[in-house]
Ligand binder design. Structure first.
Ligand code: URA
Length: 196
């Protein structure tokens, strides 16, 4: 099956799963993720916020504005990247996702990674960082995001090498302006990796 068809099928399955999930609310949309289907980079956030849940688009609210600025600064185009979250529905009042929710939604993320086969995975914040590092056998290297942001972890899979780069979640820059500079520095790491 072609990539486009595989992703389409997965999105349909995800939508069906979401409509039956306790986090689903009438009038809102699951946020499957969007972007290039042939991406060098996948960025993984936490879960949709309000704006995302009413549009179905990832990172389209305040955190998304910051993400766009940071991508722009690094010379990265949003349309060349695939952007998604671990949890595809908005937790009430934007609370942290639970372990159970992460477990329930993660098969969709796993399949997205498998189908899209990126060279680089940028994890935005502690939740996606811990999930992805554990998944790629880097459990012993997991530390808080303040300790490992901007570092590059190479992991060999059956077919290729993936570079995992833990990053701060862009929302941190909404309440701590200095963090935007750190995020900008770290996204330059992504840009540099693309050229290698
Ligand atoms: N925060 C996230 O983690 N993901 C989004 O899509 C928006 C805000």
């Amino acid at each position: 099956m072609e990539k486009q068809d595989e992703i389409k099928k997965l999105k349909k399955e995800c939508n069906e799963f979401c409509k039956k999930h306790p986090l689903y609310e009438e009038g809102t949309f699951p946020v499957f993720g969007e972007g290039s289907l042939d991406p060098d980079i996948i960025l993984i956030g936490e879960a949709p916020g309000y704006n995302e849940s009413i549009t179905g688009k990832p990172f389209c609210g305040a955190a998304g504005k910051i993400l766009d600025e940071i991508l722009n600064n690094a010379g990265l185009k949003r349309e060349d990247i695939f952007i998604t979250n671990i949890v595809k529905l908005r937790p009430p009042k934007n609370r942290n996702p639970t372990k159970e929710e992460i477990n329930q939604f993660s098969p969709f993320l796993d399949n997205q990674i498998k189908i899209l086969n990126p060279k680089i995975i940028g994890t935005l914040g502690n939740f996606s960082t811990a999930y992805i590092m554990e998944k790629f056998n880097l459990k012993d290297k997991i530390k808080g995001i303040s300790k490992i942001h901007g570092q590059v972890f190479n992991v060999s899979t059956l077919f290729n090498v993936i570079k995992i780069v833990p990053l701060y979640h862009p929302a941190v820059a909404t309440y701590n302006a200095n963090m935007k500079d750190t995020l900008k520095q770290d996204f330059l790491v992504l840009k540099k990796l693309l050229g290698e």
